[in-house]
Design a protein around this ligand. Structure first.
Ligand SMILES: Nc1nc2c(c(=O)[nH]1)N[C@H]1C(S)=C(S)[C@@H](COP(=O)(O)OP(=O)(O)OC[C@H]3O[C@@H](n4cnc5c(=O)[nH]c(N)nc54)[C@H](O)[C@@H]3O)O[C@H]1N2
Ligand SMILES: Nc1nc2c(c(=O)[nH]1)N[C@H]1C(S)=C(S)[C@@H](COP(=O)(O)OP(=O)(O)OC[C@H]3O[C@@H](n4cnc5c(=O)[nH]c(N)nc54)[C@H](O)[C@@H]3O)O[C@H]1N2
Ligand SMILES: [Mo]
Length: 789
């Protein structure tokens, strides 16, 4: 007899993709009232003359003649092109206090914003304001700050190159480098770690390399949910016999088997393709140890080969000619004992040797990774160790090989390329000065956690958010909520309403923007924007739907309006001209960044163009002029690793969400339906700690940052196949457990994926200042846990 499982929890045996994906899309179209119009919209997605899918940063195949079906890309598009609206009536009928009680899902699901809005504290409502009044008031308040560094300019990675470039141009003329950016919470370990290792903070592979790779190592990413179009090259690689090794604490369905919804035979015969040939369930937070173990095994195999006079395992010619630091790296591996590697990684020496053997046998290896590798205290170090592994066999800058950080937001990489960075190089600032004729600030600015700390401590007084949902996405909502509420000014450029907007303060504005799918007409005519994908391809994107209302404006237009009002006579830029013709913005980008040469011509060709990648050409822009092996002594994250009552909690994306946007409460591939209030635990851990499936538990941080409100009450235990010492739950609900200080010291990315926690049986006393699960969701707000003061 099968045992009784908690409500909504059941085994899911289907492959990823398949009919389940098509069915889910039909539901999404219906929910967003797009049954008739939705399909033509989807057919324009990722086509040469269409719009770039806002879903992820995976590149488009060269010949985009066939429509690449992607369930989650389709959900992202239907969610944006919804027929629902939140207009003036909606805001007249709801106070902010009322809205605060609604779930995050409810807020966004009300539809697209239609008018510029200003918060009125007396009525506790957002009220319609004219664009010019908004610009003048924002300008006046920005200019009233004692210091430009009291303002924060946040960017979420959907912003186009044109919006992002204009935004940084404005903020730098205003006088600050405070550019907290979603990338600080995402691939910052890549942006900081890879330049140290290989001289560029980007991936080195192109899609064609996936056709030639003999081995693909996938670490800590879940493509079936978060980059479904990556399943096409993975499926093709598997079908032509390439090996795919997955290193992930969870056995993600799409990495096991996948049924391509556009492959008629697979669909008709329900015959899926196996993806990973080998699956290694590393402990949460155990990647540094695992990577060191694989490298150590390789070094040992290479020594044995030399003794036996057989062919060497490592590429010694590459190591001698192209790298620095090899001896020190080997010395550190020799000094690291296998027992600590096994304990920290949760994998055996035998497992790690198997991975090393597969790697040794491959002439061309790609290593792809996502948030499972980056969002740790050791994130930067993890990325550099991944680079070390590739360098051992010369797997950078050769066909079919390379490093592939799988980016998140569709233009997060492009935003960085065109100047969204809190730590700009002197060379970039010099060019900005020379091209535009003003002296940009040189002092480094704030990243996300620094900006939240400055807001919390009353040091920063104004925030502009170019998209996103910063207070929910960042760690430490306790600090975020307090910080936002004490600001003098908050300005949100957004498509949809979300919780960060409701943290209204003295002066708050919500300014409605055009999305990727909307037609953008300025005085010079219909505009395109451009984006850069995970593989440095830059291409144009053009929407075609009627905007939600004639009061909805493009991001460049709004940024230009604020800039013109704020900078007034001081401005060195003709903002109206730039906002009226994006070709002129691109000319500005090209003047500052020479790699965008002939920008306007090249984006008019289908498919766009690729930015040069030095490491892919084996040019190493590092201080040593070589690719660097990096040494990290030890393998353990912290002393808590040896405490058997402490588990490492990882926060995951469910299949029905886009970051803080929750489309629904199912996580189909993991067998969770209609709820998100779960804590995944292995049978072994349950037995050891004395819990059973279905138990209600409280989860608290085990770090020194622990305090009364860093607890989540009443999660339901769900049995899940996980390595010992690990547990998992959902992002963003677990956010209250992550202190601002719990982050990678090298790049300040919050450690969202290895939070040391202790679990106790749920206490009956429900405490008002804690996050509590009820009715299937973890309610910060629904239960008024963070009440408006
Ligand atoms: N549909 C959809 N698409 C998206 C997004 C979305 O939310 N929804 N978000 C976009 C964004 S901004 C990003 S950054 C990407 C994120 O895409 P991913 O990087 O795939 O993101 P996550 O779901 O956070 O987690 C990744 C994987 O890491 C594994 N993992 C957890 N802890 C560890 C660990 O300690 N070690 C290892 N090796 N693995 C671990 C998890 O089991 C999971 O499979 O997706 C982008 N695309
Ligand atoms: N615990 C935990 N926390 C995490 C993560 C995790 O894995 N675990 N992942 C982190 C990662 S990788 C990321 S990238 C961040 C995401 O952080 P953000 O980028 O700040 O968050 P999103 O949820 O993507 O933002 C959604 C909002 O963007 C707005 N929006 C959508 N499209 C547009 C547009 O075209 N223009 C404008 N102006 N606005 C738009 C809508 O109003 C919507 O409500 O979260 C991070 N936080
Ligand atoms: Mo991300």
């Amino acid at each position: 007899m099968s045992k009784q499982r908690p409500d909504g929890i059941r085994e899911y045996h289907e492959p990823a993709g398949g009919w389940g994906a098509l069915k889910a899309l039909a539901v999404a179209l219906k929910d967003q009232q797009l049954v008739v119009n939705g399909v033509p919209t989807l057919l324009k997605q990722n086509q040469p003359d269409g719009f770039d899918c806002p879903g992820c940063a995976w590149p488009d195949p060269k010949h985009t003649s066939a429509f690449e079906f992607c369930e989650n890309g389709a959900k992202a598009v239907t969610w944006e092109s919804t027929a629902k609206r939140v207009g003036p009536d909606f805001f007249a009928n709801h106070t902010v206090s009322d809205l605060w009680e609604k779930s995050d899902y409810w807020l966004e699901n009300q539809g697209r914003l239609t008018h510029p809005l200003r918060y009125n504290a007396a009525s506790d409502k957002f009220e319609v304001v004219s664009w010019q009044d908004a610009f003048d008031d924002i300008a006046q308040r920005l200019n009233a700050l004692d210091d430009p560094n009291q303002a924060e300019f946040y960017t979420s990675g959907r912003a186009s190159n044109e919006s992002a470039f204009l935004y940084q141009l404005f903020a730098r003329q205003f006088g600050t480098n405070n550019f907290p950016d979603c990338s600080n919470m995402c691939h910052e370990p890549t942006s900081v770690g890879l330049p140290r290792s290989i001289g560029i903070g980007k991936g080195t592979v192109s899609l064609e390399d996936f056709d030639k790779a003999e081995l693909i190592i996938s670490i800590g990413h879940n493509p079936g949910t978060n980059h479904p179009r990556m399943m096409t090259p993975l499926r093709e690689a598997s079908r032509r016999g390439a090996r795919i090794i997955a290193i992930n604490p969870l056995r993600e369905r799409a990495l096991e088997k996948f049924e391509a919804p556009q492959a008629p035979i697979e669909m008709a015969t329900a015959s899926s393709t196996p993806i990973a040939s080998d699956y290694f369930q590393v402990k949460v937070g155990g990647d540094a140890a695992a990577l060191k173990g694989i490298c150590k095994a390789l070094i040992e195999m290479d020594r044995a080969a030399r003794q036996a006079d057989t062919a060497p395992i490592l590429d010694h010619t590459f190591i001698a000619g192209h790298t620095a630091g090899f001896e020190a790296f080997v010395a550190d591996l020799d000094a690291t004992d296998w027992s600590s590697i096994e304990r920290s990684s949760g994998l055996t020496k035998f497992d790690l040797e198997r991975i090393a053997s597969a790697y040794a046998a491959s002439e061309a290896t790609i290593l792809a990774y996502g948030m499972g590798l980056t969002q740790h205290v050791t994130g930067t170090r993890n990325v550099q160790l991944a680079a070390n592994l590739l360098l051992l066999k010369g797997n950078i800058g050769k066909p079919g090989a390379g490093i592939c950080p799988v980016r998140g937001h569709s233009n997060v990489q492009g935003d960085r390329t065109v100047g969204i960075t809190e730590r700009p190089s002197a060379a970039f600032l010099d060019r900005l000065r020379d091209v535009f004729g003003f002296e940009p600030p040189r002092e480094f600015g704030h990243s996300v956690v620094e900006s939240i700390a400055a807001m919390r401590d009353g040091k920063s007084k104004a925030v502009i958010c170019l998209g996103g949902n910063l207070a929910m996405a960042a760690s430490d909502p306790q600090a975020c909520f307090k910080g936002f509420r004490q600001l003098d000014l908050a300005v949100h450029l957004a498509t949809k309403l979300n919780r960060t907007h409701l943290l209204a303060n003295k002066t708050s504005y919500i300014l409605p923007v055009l999305g990727r799918t909307d037609n953008d007409i300025q005085f010079s005519g219909r505009q395109s924007v451009t984006v850069e994908d995970s593989m440095s391809m830059v291409h144009a994107s053009r929407g075609f739907l009627n905007p939600p209302s004639e009061q909805v404006r493009s991001e460049p237009w709004i940024i230009a309006g604020i800039a013109k009002a704020t900078l007034g006579a001081k401005s060195v830029v003709d903002w109206d001209a730039l906002a009226g013709n994006y070709d002129l913005i691109r000319n500005g980008i090209e003047a500052v960044f020479p790699e965008f040469e002939a920008y306007n011509d090249r984006i008019r060709k289908p498919g766009g163009f690729q930015l040069p990648n030095s490491a892919a050409m084996r040019i190493w822009n590092t201080p040593t002029g070589k690719a660097n092996f990096s040494v990290f002594a030890g393998v353990e994250e912290d002393a808590l690793t040896s405490d058997p009552t402490v588990l490492r909690l990882s926060s995951l994306r469910a299949h029905d969400q886009y970051n803080t946007t929750i489309y629904g409460l199912d996580d189909r591939y993991r067998g969770v339906f209609g709820r998100r209030d779960v804590l995944f635990l292995s049978t072994k851990v349950m037995d050891r700690l004395g819990f059973a499936e279905g138990d209600l538990v409280d989860v608290a941080t085990a770090l020194e940052h622990a305090r009364a409100d860093r607890v989540i009450q009443r999660l339901t235990v769900v049995e899940y196949n996980l390595p010992d010492g690990s547990c998992a739950s959902y992002y963003p609900e677990i956010q209250p457990l992550v202190a601002l200080e719990h982050r990678d010291p090298d790049c300040l990315t919050p450690s969202y994926k290895s939070i040391p926690v202790k679990i106790t049986r749920a206490s009956d006393a429900i405490t008002a200042d804690r996050a509590i699960a009820r009715d299937g969701v973890v309610g910060l707000p629904a239960l008024n846990l963070y009440p408006k003061q």
